[in-house]
Design a binder for this molecule. Structure first.
Ligand code: ATP
Length: 554
């Protein structure tokens, strides 16, 4: 178990209500504050005051009441700022932000803030007990913290003291990890105050979560919260803080100088995806310009990383069924065969009748009736022979190939070349060759293993079996299908309207055998991301692999 810097603390200051004898009871316990809130139990002590579990005496509802220590409440300007911040924080109104329902001061000078009462524990306690969490669980928690911050930032409120102690974990319905973020806007007052505070708070907030620009004394903005969320995420994933020195100063130095080990390397058994590493490390960038520009971008990147991991887990899509056999033009073979059978049967019957008459006549004439046998033998032959090819494709009619003209030597008569005796017979079972359309010819190349798409038109080769190559139209449709995922997963690496061209080899089974970014994005993170998504595309099976190019606009 690691030690953490925070925990229940005694209120500080030299005088006033905040200091009661260490072993004695809290003097406010049992009192009803502002005629409404009966203070029943001390929940804990923080940098500014004490938090009580209380009951609203009218509606009988439990609430949490934070009462400012005298050291703070005796300073008028500080009280005013506390109340202003409380007013702002009460407007955030988000399910992941603790609801502030009331605030004010009493006639005897107590300044207080009333919140919804939360039953559960803070994230520091969860980490303390459970250590590192599975990455998906950690990500789900962090996304809720980010949602709370997004709502606060939208109101112009920067938390500035994000840490696990300010994130409350409670059960809601079936979800045991529902998060509420506490203490919005309060940290700012602590920092601006000149009241002496416990060293763990320091001038900068909590040292383990403080952004480098705060250490450097720069004017903070919302990106300090992104950095702190990065530290918390790392801690949840790995079970240890990314920057933790032996002392206060060495921790601050680590924030400024030390590069964190990627979470997946720090905890290899956890199978943390590379894309999650990328999100954490970017949130922890020392230079705030290198971080996500806002917390919404952070959340989008984390969601995309989760989606990418989900996609990698999903079973590959079923191969497309082979394209239907092309229907021969004209009558269906079954119709032709049936008609032929009928004609031949009628013809046989006529012959049979004539022969019978002839035979009968012969017998009548005293002869042997010799014709009966051949006609009877013929009858079963005809339907048997015609019924067999029902499943065969019809013969393809082949135009006669003219022999080239022979040029006679001067003076000799021109002899006609013998006509080609046997024109190339195309087997009925063979597929007719599919000619690529113009676009395919421009964009697709078929590699050396198969025939070129555009052979000489006058010398058709006997095609190999199997359907023709993927056309440009089919390829373009497949790329359109993966387009939304390309945008979702890769736009975080891209500026708007950037173009990425990928060269793609589609195998005979219809899967993408390789996808390589080309041109200016060759080898770039963006290019590799696009190629990775393109590799999940699936086309129809063909008789040969083919090469295509496609340009995505981000
Ligand atoms: N609404 C609430 N419901 C239940 N417990 C709460 C609520 N708000 C705060 N607490 C608990 O009260 C204790 C004191 O909280 P407080 O916010 O004063 O301290 P802190 O966050 O630890 O310190 P600091 O204010 O210096 O950041 C903590 O244990 C906190 O979890």
């Amino acid at each position: 178990m690691r030690s953490r810097s925070s925990g229940p603390r005694r209120a500080s200051g030299s005088a006033g209500r905040g200091m009661w004898p260490a072993d004695g009871p809290d003097p406010l316990l049992g009192h009803t504050l502002a005629d409404r809130y009966k203070l029943e139990r001390v929940i804990g002590h923080g940098g500014m005051g004490t938090v009580y579990r209380a009951e609203h005496v009218v509606i009988r509802k439990p609430v949490a009441v934070k009462v400012l220590d005298a050291a703070h409440s005796e300073r008028r300007t500080e009280v005013e700022r506390f109340l202003n911040e409380a007013r702002a924080a009460s407007k955030i109104r988000h399910e992941n932000v603790v609801d502030i329902t009331d605030f004010g001061s009493t006639s005897d000078g107590l300044v207080f803030l009333v919140m919804e009462y939360l039953e559960g524990e803070d994230l520091a306690s969860t980490s303390e007990r459970e250590g590192a969490l599975p990455w998906r669980r950690a990500a789900a928690i962090v996304l809720q913290i980010a949602a709370a911050l997004e709502a606060a930032h939208a109101q112009g409120i920067v938390h500035r003291d994000m840490k696990p102690e300010n994130c409350f974990r409670l059960r809601r319905g079936n979800d045991p990890d529902f998060i509420k973020v506490l203490d919005f806007g309060i940290a700012k007052i602590i920092e601006d105050s000149d009241v002496e505070r416990p060293s763990s708070s320091g001038l900068l907030g909590t040292p383990e979560y403080v952004a480098p620009e705060l250490i450097r004394g720069l004017q903070p903005d919302a990106r300090v919260d992104i950095y702190a969320v990065g530290v918390m995420f790392y801690d949840l994933l790995v079970g240890k803080l990314p920057f933790a020195g032996e002392s206060f100063m060495s921790t601050l130095t680590a924030h400024l100088m030390q590069l964190p080990q990627p979470p997946s390397q720090a905890r290899p058994a956890a199978q943390i995806p590379e894309a999650v590493d990328t999100v954490v490390l970017r949130a922890l960038a020392k230079d705030r310009d290198q971080r996500y520009a806002n917390i919404r971008e952070f959340s989008a990147a984390l969601r995309a990383a989760i989606a990418e991991a989900d996609a990698a887990l999903a079973p590959p899509p079923l191969p497309l069924p082979p394209p239907p056999e092309p229907e021969p033009r004209g009558l269906h073979p079954r119709v032709v065969i049936a008609a032929g059978t009928v004609i031949l049967l009628v013809f046989s019957a006529v012959l049979w009748t004539m022969a019978k008459r002839f035979y009968t006549k012969g017998q009548d004439d005293g002869g042997e009736g010799e014709l009966a046998a051949p006609v009877v033998a013929m009858a079963p032959v005809v339907p048997t022979r015609l019924a067999a090819p029902v499943n065969e494709a019809p013969k393809v009619e082949v135009p006669k190939v003219e022999a080239p003209p022979v040029v006679a030597p001067p003076g000799e008569a021109v002899k006609m070349a013998a006509p080609v005796a046997t024109p190339p017979q195309v087997e009925a079972a063979a597929e007719p060759q599919v000619e690529p359309d113009a676009e395919t010819a421009a964009e697709s190349e078929v590699d050396g293993e198969s025939e070129p798409l555009r052979g000489p038109a006058t010398t058709p080769k006997s095609p190999k079996s199997g359907p023709g190559p993927v056309t440009a139209g089919e390829f373009s449709t497949a790329m359109t299908k993966v387009g939304p995922r390309v945008k979702l997963e890769c736009s975080r690496y891209s500026l708007r309207k950037m173009e990425v061209t990928v060269q793609v080899v589609v195998g005979p089974d219809g899967s993408v055998k390789s996808a390589e970014p080309t041109g200016s994005q060759a080898g770039s993170t963006l290019g590799n991301c696009v190629a990775r998504v393109v590799k999940t595309a699936l086309l129809r099976p063909t008789r040969a692999k083919s090469t295509h190019r496609h340009t995505f606009t981000m």
